[in-house]
Design a protein around this ligand. Structure first.
Ligand code: SF4
Length: 329
C-alpha cells in the first residue's frame, strides 16, 4: 500500500501547545486532557492511540471547539497561523469543513437517521461552497461512488440504517472529504467496522493522498498500517511519540510495550490493573507506576516528556536525554 513520504523537515500544519481540557463534576474538576504538546506535519498521518478514557477523543473534539460549553479548554491549537481556541466564531466556521474536517465514529449513529446518506454528504457542499442542491447531490453521489459504495446511484439514496458498518464509515469519510479539507481529524475510523471490512477502511484512508490526518484509534492494527507517527496517551497525558516503524519494532514507554504485548500476534499478554481514576491525576508521581514492571524510586515524581533519539517519551528510564544515555527497554 503506497503512502506519501513525509520529510522530517516538512513544516507542522497543526501545533498543540499545552492543550488541557477540564470538566466540572459534582466531585470537582476532572482533567481529561493534560498539557498535551503535539505537532502534525503537512501530509503526515498521525495515529493517536491509548485505552478508552485516556483522553484522545476529547482532545480531538477540543481542537475543533466541539466540546460542550461546560468544558474548560486551555493552551493553544495553531493551524495556519490561527489559534483555533481563540479565533472568532466566523473564522472558526470558515476553517471547519473547508480546511479542517472532523470524521466522527461510524457505528454510534453519527449519521442522521432521518436524512438520506447522499443528502448528508451534499450538505457541507451547500453550506461551505454555496453549491445548488442538484449540483451538491451530484458531487456527493460521485464521491460516494469513488469511495466504494456499491451500486452508488441507487444506494446513495438509502438511509443510514440500510448501510453496513463499513458503508457508514465510507459515508462519514465522504462527508469529511467533500469540502476538500486539508486536515482530517478522524475519531476511531475502524470502530464498529467488521473485521473483514477494516481493510476497506484502511484502503479508504490510504487513498486520501496529500491529506494531513490525525486519527484517534484504539486499533493498533490500523495504526501500524496507516500512520507515519504514533502518539500514545495514558491517563490524559501524552506518554510517547515515535515514528511508526520504531514504535512497533522498539516501543519506548513501558505502557507502549504493554499495549503491544497484549496484541494477539504478540502473545496476548493482558496489562494488569486499571488506569488511575481521574480524581487521582493530581497525585504526585508517574501515572503508570501502579501497573509498571519497571517502576523504581524516581517514579514517585511526575516524569516530563523526554526527547530520546528523535522520539519523545514520558518516563524516568529515559532521563539521560536525546543523546541516548537513557535506557532502552
Ligand atoms: S516513570 Fe517509572 S513508573 Fe512511569 S513508566 Fe517509567 S519506569 Fe514506569
Amino acid at each position: 500500500m503506497a503512502f506519501l513520504v513525509v520529510l522530517p523537515l516538512d513544516p507542522p500544519v497543526l501545533v498543540l501547545k499545552g492543550l488541557t481540557v477540564e470538566f466540572p463534576t459534582a466531585e470537582g474538576l476532572i482533567r481529561a486532557v493534560d498539557r498535551v504538546d503535539l505537532e502534525v506535519r503537512r501530509g503526515e498521518r498521525l495515529a493517536l492511540v491509548g485505552e478508552t478514557g485516556s483522553g484522545k477523543s476529547v482532545l480531538l473534539l477540543a481542537l475543533l471547539r466541539l466540546l460542550p460549553p461546560a468544558a474548560r479548554v486551555f493552551g493553544e491549537v495553531r493551524y495556519d497561523g490561527a489559534d483555533l481556541l481563540r479565533c472568532s466564531a466566523d473564522e472558526l466556521c470558515r476553517l471547519r469543513g473547508r480546511k479542517l474536517a472532523y470524521i466522527p465514529q461510524g457505528a454510534g449513529g453519527a449519521l442522521n437517521p432521518v436524512f438520506t446518506v447522499v443528502f448528508q454528504v451534499a450538505e457541507p457542499l451547500m453550506l461551505h461552497f454555496g453549491l445548488a442542491r442538484t449540483a451538491a447531490l451530484s458531487r456527493a453521489l460521485s464521491l460516494l461512488d469513488r469511495l466504494g459504495i456499491p451500486e452508488a446511484p441507487k444506494r446513495a439514496f438509502d438511509y443510514p440504517h440500510q448501510y453496513s458498518g463499513g458503508m457508514k464509515q465510507r459515508a462519514l469519510v465522504a462527508m469529511g472529504v467533500a469540502a476538500e479539507a486539508e486536515v482530517l481529524l478522524a475519531d476511531e475510523p475502524t470502530k464498529g467496522v467488521d473485521w473483514a471490512r477494516r481493510e476497506e477502511v484502511l484502503a479508504l484512508f490510504a487513498g486520501l493522498e496529500g491529506k494531513t490526518i490525525l486519527a484517534v484509534t484504539h486499533d493498533l492494527w490500523f495504526a501500524e498500517k496507516f500512520a507515519h507517527q504514533v502518539a500514545v496517551m495514558y491517563a490524559a497525558q501524552l506518554v510517547e511519540v515515535s515514528p511508526r516503524e520504531s514504535f512497533f519494532d522498539r516501543p519506548l514507554h513501558p505502557y507502549s510495550c504493554a499495549l503491544l504485548a497484549a496484541l494477539p500476534a504478540r502473545g496476548l499478554e493482558p496489562l494488569p490493573g486499571y488506569a488511575p481514576a481521574h480524581a487521582r491525576y493530581g497525585e504526585p508521581g508517574c501515572r503508570f507506576r501502579e501497573r509498571c514492571p519497571r517502576v523504581f524510586d524516581r517514579c514517585r515524581e511526575e516524569p516530563p516528556l523526554f526527547e530520546h533519539r528523535g522520539r519523545q517519551v514520558r518516563c524516568w528510564l529515559y532521563a539521560g536525554g536525546s543523546k541516548g544515555s537513557g535506557q532502552d527497554l
